[in-house]
Design a protein. Structure first.
Length: 329
């Protein structure tokens, strides 16, 4: 049975013989001498072309050097490999029609999800063009689908107090106070260790999106309940928040989300409450209490103030108060 190189030599020889009157054996021998310098792999019709996967690896390596988080890189890798499995072409051969058909097959998904997938493809092909790996970006003319912009629902002061009073354990109360006082993302709180808390300055450093480090601050109430929780701990695990049962280990992100959900149920709150809801609440109440937008942006770790404005929703009472205070009569 012929290997890939032999089959390629045979195919090329007969192709040449159809164009020119040649000695087939001489041509095969000459091509064989050339081909020994190369490793040839045959691509089966049902296989995806390896070129696209190779370009994906290059792209992810470059993005890793740019400081993208491991979670973001894994998400990009998953999405791009799904695309490669579907398209089965070399990167240079991918067309706008290929991308449109791929996205059209995802009609069962939300427009926001399809928009995210297209955004990743735009980043990938845009990078390939920028690095002069390919000359044409097949996603350039494709527009990101419009999605309904919904303002995040923050808790009112009354709802926040209901959440606090519904806590059944010191650990649950520590959850609530830390998430609210720092305005941290779930992933940032999850990664905290006991020795990373500076009780004197009432602060800690967290690693946010884009691998950016920033300082966040605790309230007196948050530190009080955190100390109260830590005093109940008898384990030697370094994580700030651990499981309640042995073997003690860092509580997972899903575990934290579950606890917050249980507290919200106990409080009888009708709206959905997640760790991110407390982040919204942090931003909204700071803004309504007179904090500068730039300061809130820094505290949340946003690179753009536009993102901060989506988190911070001013209340009707605050709008009315600002109108009366600043309107020139």
């Amino acid at each position: 049975m012929e290997n890939a190189a032999e089959k390629l030599i045979t195919d090329m020889t007969y192709f040449i013989s159809e164009l020119l009157p040649v000695n087939i054996e001489q041509v095969k021998n000459k091509l064989s001498a050339i081909m020994v310098k190369y490793h040839v792999t045959q691509i089966e019709d049902e296989e995806a072309h390896p070129d696209l996967y190779e370009k994906i690896k290059l792209y992810l390596s470059a993005k890793k050097l740019e400081g993208l988080s491991s979670a973001t890189l894994k998400g990009y890798e998953l999405e791009l490999n799904i695309f490669a499995n579907k398209i089965r072409k070399k990167a240079v051969d991918v067309t706008s029609a290929d991308v449109r058909i791929y996205l059209a097959d995802l009609e069962h998904l939300k427009m926001s999800t399809i928009g995210q997938k297209l955004s990743i493809l735009k980043s990938f092909f845009g990078w390939l063009v920028g690095e002069e790996v390919i000359k044409r970006d097949p996603t350039m003319k494709l527009k990101t689908p419009k999605t309904e912009k919904r303002l995040p629902k923050a808790l009112t002061i009354e709802e926040l107090e209901m959440l606090r009073e519904a806590c059944n354990t010191v650990r649950q109360r520590a959850f609530i106070e830390i998430l609210y006082a720092t305005g941290c993302r779930l992933s940032e709180v999850y990664a905290l260790n006991k020795d990373s808390i500076n009780f004197q300055t009432m602060s800690t450093n967290v690693i946010g999106k884009g691998n950016k480090e920033r300082e966040v601050y605790f309230s007196w109430k948050a530190l009080y309940h955190l100390k109260k929780y830590l005093k109940t701990r008898t384990d030697d695990c370094g994580a700030l928040i651990v499981t309640e049962r042995k073997p003690y280990r860092r509580l997972s992100k899903r575990g934290i989300q579950y606890e917050i959900n249980q507290i919200a149920k106990s409080a009888g709150l009708e709206k959905r409450v997640s760790p991110h809801t407390l982040r919204h609440t942090f931003a909204t109440l700071l803004l309504n209490n007179g904090a500068e937008l730039v300061a809130i942006q820094e505290l949340l770790g946003h690179s753009s103030s536009d993102t901060t404005l989506r988190y911070a929703r001013i209340t009707e009472e605050r709008k009315r108060e600002q109108h009366k205070k600043y309107l020139v009569q």
